[in-house]
Write a protein that binds this ligand. Structure first.
Ligand code: ZN
Length: 276
């Protein structure tokens, strides 16, 4: 297999020299956690009729729709973050990544320790009230469904729905706005584990590029935007991102050692960037 280290070093250098790096993740980040891609050859939509996850179907047959959700996504509660999630969280802790925008609904970035996570398609670990908008952990709703009851809001009695975006539903406007603002403000935009087949997420790198950000894509397989990327890395993200993280850690620690041996003021836990 190709030696990924020179590429990982280049990406780490870009991160360390960036001022405002933003990451967009897709299904490819979660496949190493055992979550099947939705659109790939083994993808969910090859075995499940997507029309069963349309919002009109949910409101016509809420209990049946909840049962389908429980069968397909109930086990998401048991999956664990993989080395790609952990590396992205660590890069944020080091101050090298400002935010993660994700198309995934598994909550694994937060489970790995990422703090600023913008979820474009919701989060399957929560249920949301269709009347008042309050959110609840999904467990109680799934328990009701398993007992043949429709889950309802303890506050207003409204019907609960999994807090994920169904086909035919608009994306959450606040998350979308925040994602575009982040893309516009970034000077480095990294796509990790997405083939960029889904709009509007695939507009984010285009917006970032138009504001002169560098675009790095890490993915197995072609993406829709390979031709405008400054760097495309063809590699499993769960192998590549930990390499980037380790090299960036070395760069930052050697930097702070130089600073202290030169008698310069120590400016933060990581020196340099970490203090910003
Ligand atoms: Zn409610």
């Amino acid at each position: 297999m190709e030696d990924l280290r020179p590429l990982a070093k280049r990406v780490a250098e870009e991160l360390v020299s960036s001022e405002f790096a933003v990451v967009l993740t897709g299904a490819g980040v979660s496949t190493a956690s055992g979550i099947p891609d939705f659109r790939g050859p083994q993808g969910l939509w090859r075995v499940v009729d997507p029309s069963l996850f349309e919002i009109t179907y949910f409101y016509r047959n809420p209990l049946e729709s909840w049962r389908l959700f429980a069968a397909r996504f109930g086990s998401l509660r048991e999956v664990k973050p993989n080395p790609a999630h952990l590396a992205i969280a660590r890069l944020e802790q080091m101050g090298l990544i400002k935010a993660v925008i994700t198309q995934n609904i598994d909550g694994l970035h937060q489970a790995a320790g990422s703090r600023r996570v913008i979820e474009l398609h919701g989060n399957a670990r929560y249920a949301v009230c269709t009347e008042c908008g309050r959110k609840y952990p999904i467990e109680d709703a799934l328990k009701a469904v398993s007992e043949g009851r429709l889950p309802t809001c303890p506050v207003c009695g409204g019907l609960l729905k999994p807090d994920v975006i169904y086909f035919g539903e608009p994306l959450p406007p606040d998350a979308l706005q925040e994602a575009f603002t982040l893309a516009e403000g970034s000077d480095l935009f990294m796509v990790v584990g997405s083939s960029l087949a889904v709009s509007p997420a695939n507009q984010l790198p285009v917006v970032a590029k138009s504001r002169r950000a560098k675009l790095i894509i890490v993915n197995v397989g072609e993406t829709m935007l390979d031709d405008i990327a400054d760097l495309k890395v063809e590699a499993p993200v769960e192998r590549f991102m930990p390499m980037v993280c380790a090299i960036a850690e070395d760069m930052l620690s050697s930097r702070s050692e130089c600073r202290s041996s030169a008698g310069l003021t120590y400016s933060g836990p990581l020196g340099g960037r970490g203090a910003r």
